[in-house]
Structure formats: structure tokens, C-alpha cells
Design a protein around this ligand. Structure first.
Ligand SMILES: Nc1ncnc2c1ncn2[C@@H]1O[C@H](COP(=O)(O)OP(=O)(O)OP(=O)(O)O)[C@@H](O)[C@H]1O
Ligand SMILES: [Mg+2]
Length: 393
């Protein structure tokens, strides 16, 4: 079978139509792939014209395009030097392409032929969370509190799905604000999951893009390359702080000293001065209870000891619980988001028992909202940063 026959796309406008040259690794019943030729992708992106370029990451450039059917797409053109053999690449992309969740940016299709490795996604009109927090748009029309809470919950649900539900389970390895994209309704879609599988073993993405990613790296990953789900949890904790504070994960202080966002937030958290952690661009329009909860969850996630960090499923539960039972009414505007999360939990098999547990946890947190897990420093080989049990007593 020629690899060219593996270049497919499943597009909304084409859903349900048949695929004459379907690859052997996909099934029409499970996943409607449709042929997408190189010619069509070249046409859609105006031959990868610079004007169509949306951005550039560690794996290559991303181009906006329009299909002949009129749909908007984003095409990631991988740097060929790091691409896997065509067949290996095709198989892995198809595995990733089967991962479907409303908070994940699924792959629509790809092309693998000659030196080209192209991955096709739906275009996300509100672009990345990074742009919305730190870019010009973030200054002109900052995300409001409700949008931020929805983004926190949704992206947590997407990552939890990768860790606990996807088959095989997927560790993202590159959770960061530029990999959280926002659709037309600002629903978050976590992108670029499983990308580590698309580049050959031994070729480090980090070597090409240390700067943008460094602030999100779990210490045990940065220092010893130890990868696990809890590395994603750490990165998500950083993302949460970034989301509520509107600050970058690492900042340079006068004199060149670098400070990460946890070091910045910790003194405020220790003194219970939560409101000082909130993004000034919110103008004080913040739910104080929710803010405190999100920060506490973020600090749990960024514990120096990986074994003290919660699982992503627990993170989802804590974030949901932290909406505050009494505040459910006030959250009418994010009702859609909450419903989604409930559906998510159903889909994740959480159901009643879990909900009961969450309610109990919520009550516990009401009594002692500052309680954080105590680290056993000696049991943790990979503990680097101080644990969080010292704070906020
Ligand atoms: N589907 C998409 N819709 C809209 N914009 C996108 C889409 N995919 C990527 N982008 C934009 O392109 C930019 C570059 O994305 P890319 O994934 O290549 O780099 P990155 O996220 O900064 O780093 P990394 O390579 O680690 O993922 C993103 O910041 C985002 O703004
Ligand atoms: Mg990306």
C-alpha cells in the first residue's frame, strides 16, 4: 500500500460520505476518514504562503487554510528533518486521530508523502490561550472570570480524558497556554497531545524550543527526564496560575534573576491575599471563593514531589467542587460549561458515587479549605521544590 493512500481527512462537511481509498488502519464505522490530497492542502493554504502562517512552534509552522468545501482548517507542516518514516508516522497519527473529546483538538487528517508531513486540524477562531492572556487581544478584550473558570474546567477535563480514558493512555508532555486553543465560543481545546510520538526517539522537542516550554516543566522531568502523568499535572498547575494571574510562567526580575509563577504566587497564598493573585485586567471582577480554590488546586498540582500531586481526574473534581455549592446559581453564565463537565464525568464513569465523594470533599474543604497534602520528603526520590504543606496554615 502506498503511503499516499493514507493521507486522509475527516471533515464535518464531509461526514458520512464514503472513502474509496480508506487506509487499512481506519474504519468507516469508527472514524470517517476521507482522502485529502497534497494538492488540496496546497490549494487551501495558498501553497503555504507566508500570509497564511498563523504561528510557529517546536515542530514546525501552522498555516490557516480553507478547503474547497469552504471549511476553515489549520495545517501544521512538520519540520521534515525530525519526521518519522512515512508508515510509522501514519500509524501514529491515526492512533491520535481516534482520540475524540470536546475539550481536545482532534486531528482531522494528515498527509505523509515524500518530505512532507502535514497534520490537519479544525481552525480555532479564538486562537490560543497564550494569545488571549499575553497578546494584544489579551490587552484589548481580556478573558473574563467566567471564561477563565470554564477554560480551567474544560482543559482539565480534556487532559483527564487523555490520562484516564484514552486507549492507549496519553501523556501530553507539553501542556502550556499556546497548546490550549479556543473555539468560537471560547471553549478550550487542548492541542498537540501525543506529539512526542510523532518525532523520532531521541530527537528532543525541547532542544528546539526550550524557552517557551521551560516554565511548565515538572522539576523531575526537567532534571532527570522522568516522564509520567504527574508531569502533565505539574504543567497544568502552572497553566492554572497563568490563567488566573495573567502572568507568564517565568519572569525575569531586574538583575536577570528568573522567578517562576509559583514562587511569585506563594507569598500571597501564604498570607491569604488571594485577590492579589488575580489578573489586574479583571478589574476585581472575580469570584473570591473560586479564585482561592483554583489557586489551591494549582499549588497542589505544582508540588515538588510528583507523588503528592493529584491525578487529573481529582483535579477535575476539585475544580468542580470549588465552584462552590452556594454559588451554583451565580454561575448561570457558565451553566453550559458545567453541564459539559457533568457529561464529561458521566463519560468518564464517575457517576453518583464520585459525585458524593466530591460533595464530601467539598464539605471537608469548607471546614479546612487550606488543607494541602503533606509530603513525605524521604519517600520521594524526585522531590525538588519545597512541598506545599507549609503554606496557608
Ligand atoms: N487549530 C488551530 N487553530 C488556530 N490556531 C492554531 C491552531 N493550531 C495552532 N494554532 C496557532 O499556531 C501557533 C503555533 O502553534 P504550534 O503548535 O506550532 O506551536 P506552539 O503551540 O507555540 O508550540 P508547540 O510546538 O510546543 O506546540 C499557536 O500558538 C496557535 O496560536
Ligand atoms: Mg502547539
Amino acid at each position: 500500500m502506498k503511503i499516499r493512500e493514507l493521507c486522509c481527512v475527516s471533515s464535518r462537511e464531509h461526514e458520512g460520505s464514503s472513502c474509496p481509498s480508506r487506509s487499512s488502519t481506519s474504519s468507516i464505522h469508527e472514524y470517517p476518514w476521507e482522502i485529502f490530497t497534497l494538492k488540496e492542502l496546497l490549494h487551501a493554504t495558498n501553497h503555504f504562503h507566508n500570509n497564511n502562517k498563523i504561528g510557529e512552534g517546536g515542530f514546525g509552522a501552522v498555516y490557516w487554510g480553507r478547503t474547497t468545501a469552504g471549511g476553515e482548517i489549520a495545517v501544521k507542516r512538520l519540520k521534515t528533518m525530525t519526521s518519522k518514516a512515512e508508515m510509522e508516522f501514519a500509524v501514529e497519527v491515526e492512533v491520535l486521530g481516534r482520540v475524540r473529546h470536546k475539550n481536545l483538538l482532534g486531528l482531522r487528517g494528515y498527509y505523509a508523502g515524500g518530505n512532507e508531513r502535514l497534520i490537519v486540524y479544525d481552525y480555532m477562531p479564538n486562537r490560543s490561550l497564550a494569545g488571549n492572556l499575553h497578546g494584544r487581544i489579551g490587552q484589548e478584550a481580556p478573558l473574563n472570570w467566567r471564561q477563565r473558570v470554564r477554560i480551567a474546567l474544560g482543559s482539565a477535563a480534556g487532559i483527564a480524558y487523555l490520562h484516564h480514558e484514552a486507549n492507549p493512555h496519553i501523556i501530553h508532555r507539553d501542556i502550556k497556554a499556546s497548546n490550549v486553543l479556543l473555539d468560537a465560543t471560547f471553549r478550550p481545546r487542548v492541542a498537540d497531545f501525543g506529539f512526542a510520538k510523532l518525532i523520532p526517539d531521541g530527537v528532543s522537542h525541547l532542544t528546539t524550543r526550550v524557552k517557551g516550554t521551560l516554565g511548565y516543566l515538572a522539576p523531575e522531568y526537567a532534571m532527570w527526564g522522568k516522564v509520567s502523568e504527574s508531569c502533565d499535572v505539574y504543567s497544568f498547575g502552572i497553566l492554572l496560575l497563568e490563567l488566573v494571574a495573567g502572568r507568564r510562567p517565568i519572569e525575569k526580575l531586574p538583575g536577570g534573576v528568573k522567578r517562576d509563577i509559583v514562587q511569585w504566587a506563594m507569598p500571597f497564598a501564604e498570607r491569604g491575599r488571594w485577590e492579589e493573585i488575580a489578573d489586574p485586567k479583571l478589574g476585581g471582577k472575580v469570584d473570591a471563593v473560586q479564585l482561592r480554590n483554583v489557586v489551591i488546586v494549582a499549588l497542589k498540582c505544582t508540588d515538588g514531589c510528583p507523588e503528592n500531586r493529584p491525578a487529573m481526574r481529582e483535579v477535575v473534581g476539585m475544580l468542580r467542587a470549588g465552584l462552590g455549592a452556594r454559588r451554583k446559581k451565580e454561575m448561570a453564565a457558565v451553566a453550559e460549561g458545567e453541564e459539559e463537565e457533568e457529561e464529561e464525568e458521566e463519560a468518564m464513569g464517575v457517576k453518583e458515587e464520585k459525585k458524593k465523594k466530591v460533595r464530601e470533599e467539598e464539605e471537608e474543604e469548607e471546614e479546612d479549605p487550606m488543607m494541602l497534602s503533606t509530603a513525605d520528603e524521604h519517600s520521594a526520590h524526585y522531590c525538588i521544590r519545597e512541598n506545599r504543606s507549609m503554606i496557608m496554615r
